[in-house]
Write a protein that binds this ligand. Sequence first.
Ligand code: AMP
Ligand code: GLY
Length: 431
Amino acid sequence: MKILVIGSGGREHALAWKIAQSRRCEKLYAAPGSDGISKVAESVHIKADDIGSLVRFAKDKKIGLTVVGPEGPLNAGIVDAFQKEGLRIFGPTKELAALEGSKVFAKEFMRKTGVPTADFRIFDDYEEALAYVHAKRSPLVIKADGLAAGKGVSVCRAIEDQKTALKEIMVNRVFGDAGEKVVIEDCLFGEEASIIVISDGKNVVPLASSQDHKRVFDGDKGPNTGGMGAYSPAPVITDEIFKKITDTIIYPVINGLAAEGKLFKGVLYAGIMMTEAGPFVLEFNTRFGDPETQAILPRLKSDLVEAMERAIDGRLADYTLEWDTRPCVSVVIAASGYPGKYAKGMEIHGLEEVEKMRNIVVFHAGTKLGRRASDGHNLFITNGGRVLNVTALGIDYKNAIDICYQAVRTIHFDKMHYRTDIGYKAIKENG
Ligand code: AMP
Ligand code: GLY
């Protein structure tokens, strides 16, 4: 069948790369895709949020399965629009995408179903929110309710920072309507991990565990980013802890929704904090993680398309995915200035050499084809803040890290930067 992937980043490159390997895939498109992704999927010049045009394209081309990368289209109702036209699409409806799209909805649902999460209050009035933080006098996390491109969360120890965060969201409205309401929650402490499952509304099939690295600099220093690298599996998630997460978090959510007649079909991603009191939910996403997906999919031996089709059809009971036991490490190479302002258009050198290396795959996050200044030849140039995800499988974490960084050091563009400690936590934990 013909398959369409929606999105254009490193996560979508990894999804397209994996889907292209499926026996079920005869032809693969990506909308809008990218020059990097076009190695495995034909680019379609339709933006990810242009739902009407995507529906028309899928009907015209008789697309048998559409897979959505980013949260924006899910929250804008792309699944509902496709389903209305009888088109098969993998992902939750708009109503259930609110588990990610509205932190208020997610937190209230967790409270109702007894899912462990930080204690919280919700405010739509600035003065009341201010009075609350003054009364609490403790580290707090302040979150804009709606989607804010990963920037809507501030972890604030000092009262001054808490006041600033509230003012930005509620008075200066830097996130617009996404900041109509805020969640103020207690600060949790511990190590973070990502648990991503595929659900058919009743049953779930877990993907391998993984860990993201959110801060821009080594040692988890500096501002938050979209993610500077990931590895899978995450040793902090032992089998026992994994079972606890499934029993106390994943199934209560899926079953709780089902009890209300709402079948969650698609990817449920739980951002977990491993606290002293056990695993707590920091957030839900209703899509594949970025860059976790880049570190997870190279380890997946089973056919991802089959898993997604089973989810749509409600056939995930007794289905399991097979995994390569080798760990995978994915390092983000970013443009200078990211996560702040950054330049584009730098020539990227060394990619061809890296593509010949064994056990390495490079997913393109923010590149496009350009011309080499010296001789006019085609070559990739940078076109985003996060530019490349250099990804390696190794016999153990150390080996995966070594192979990965060898490839990273082979790549060069002007003022590129990357973390040099991706994966080290796994070695520490694995002994
Ligand atoms: P979120 O988008 O809700 O996952 O928040 C982004 C990041 O903020 C998380 O990955 C955590 O690092 C941090 N964070 C969110 N909620 C909390 C919390 N209650 N306590 C401590 N850190 C948090
Ligand atoms: N890696 C974090 C996210 O995908 O939201």
